[in-house]
Design a protein around this ligand. Sequence first.
Ligand SMILES: NC(=O)c1ccc[n+]([C@@H]2O[C@H](COP(=O)([O-])OP(=O)(O)OC[C@H]3O[C@@H](n4cnc5c(N)ncnc54)[C@H](O)[C@@H]3O)[C@@H](O)[C@H]2O)c1
Length: 415
Amino acid sequence: MKTICILGMGYIGLPTACMMANNGYEVLGIDINDGIVNNLSSGKLHIEEPDLEEVFLKAFKEGKLKVSKKVEKSDVYIIAVPTPVKEDDKADLSYVIGAAEMIKDFVSKDNLVILESTSPPGTTRNVVGSIIEKNTKLAAGTDFHLAFCPERVLPGKIIYELVNNDRVVGGFNEKSAELAKEVYRSFVKGSIYTTTLETSEFVKLAENTYRDVNIAFANELADICEEYKISIWDVVKFANMHPRVNILNPGPGVGGHCIAIDPWFIIENIRKKDTLIEKCRRINNSRPFVISNKIAEILNNIKNPKIAIFGIAYKENVGDTRESPALVIIDELSKKGFEVFIYDPCVTNYKGKLNSLDDSLNDADLLLLFAAHDTFKGISLDLIAQKMRNKNIFDTRNFYNQDEVEKAGIKYYRI
Ligand SMILES: NC(=O)c1ccc[n+]([C@@H]2O[C@H](COP(=O)([O-])OP(=O)(O)OC[C@H]3O[C@@H](n4cnc5c(N)ncnc54)[C@H](O)[C@@H]3O)[C@@H](O)[C@H]2O)c1
C-alpha cells in the first residue's frame, strides 16, 4: 500500500495526512470546502496547532501531500469528516455518507477503507461498508478491507499525541485490522491494539462518555455543596487525596465536538431507557442555564447591566468555540436584556462580534471568567477593578485566587 486518499482536511484529517505523507506514503487530501483546498494547495494552513505548520510544509514542499476536491484512485481511503449531533440528539451521518459516496466509484480489489470519524457502533460496517459493497459488488473483508481507527488526540497537542498515544483499531476481520495497523504504524510510536469494528467504535464513545459522566458528577456535587455552603473546590481537592478517587472539576458545561456529543451516539440505538448517560448529558447541558441564572441574581438591582466574558472557547487555551456552553450563556444573558461583551484573544472561528479588552471591561458590572486561558493571568486585577462600574467576578473555573480578587476590591463568586 503506497497511496492514501484522506477525506476531510480538518483538525484530524490534515495532521494525519501530514504524518502519513512524511512517513512513506503519497497522500492526497480531499475537502469539499473550496477555501480550505485553495489555502492548503498554496501552502497555507487554516488550523492553528503546535508543530502542524512544520509537518505540513515538509510534506507539501516534498510533494508527498497534495490537496484537491476530487478523489483519485488510491490503495487506502480514510474518512475523517465531521459527525455532529442533530436536533433530535442522534448522529448526523450525512458527511460520512457523503464521503463514502465520493470514494465508492474508486474502491477496487484489495483496497483498504478506514473510517476515523467518531460514529455510533455499526457505522463502519452498515454505512460505509454497505455503500461500497452495493456500488462495487465487492465484499468487505474478502475483496476489500474495512477498518475503524478512532482518534483520541487533545486539541493543542494533536501532533504530539498522534505520534505518542496508544490506539485501538477495529477491523472487519483480522486481516483488515492488521492492514490498518500497518498504515498507522508508519508514524505512531504508541501501542496499536486490534479488535472488532464495533468494539473500537464503542471504545471511542465510552472514553468520552466516561469524562462526561464524571464531569456531571462533579457538577451535581457542586450544586449540593452550595446547599451546604461549602466549597466544591475544597471537596474535590481533599477527596482526591484518596489514592483511588479522582473527581473531575465542576464547570459551566461541556463543549467541543467530542465529549458533548459522543455520549448521545452510545444510547441512540439502544432499547434501554432512562440511562445514566442521558441524565449526565442533561446535567451538563443545564449548566449554562444555572450559571446565567446565578449571574441574573447577582446583578438583580443593577440597571442595564453590562457583562464582560473572558474566554468563549469551549476550554482553556484553544481557539475553538464548537458546542461551547459560553454561546448558550451569551444567548441566555442577552435574552435577559444584559449587554454582553466578549474578550477572547485565542478564538479564531467565532461568527459573532469579539471585543477588545478595554471595550469589554469599561463600565462592566460583572466579569464572567468562562475559559481559563493562560493569557488572562497577565491582566492585573487592579486594572480590572479600575475599569469596571460594579466590581464583580464570577469565576466558573476556580481560576482566580479569592484573596487576591477581594484585595483588589472586587466581589468574588465562583461555582
Ligand atoms: N478534533 C478533535 O480533537 C477530534 C478528536 C477525536 C475525534 N474527532 C472526530 O474526528 C472527526 C473529524 O473531526 P475534525 O475535528 O477533524 O472535523 P473538522 O470540522 O475540523 O474537519 C472536517 C473536514 O471535513 C470536510 N468534509 C466534510 N464532508 C466532506 C467530504 N464528503 N469529503 C471531504 N471532506 C469533507 C469539512 O469541510 C471539514 O474541513 C469527527 O468525527 C470528530 O468527532 C475529532
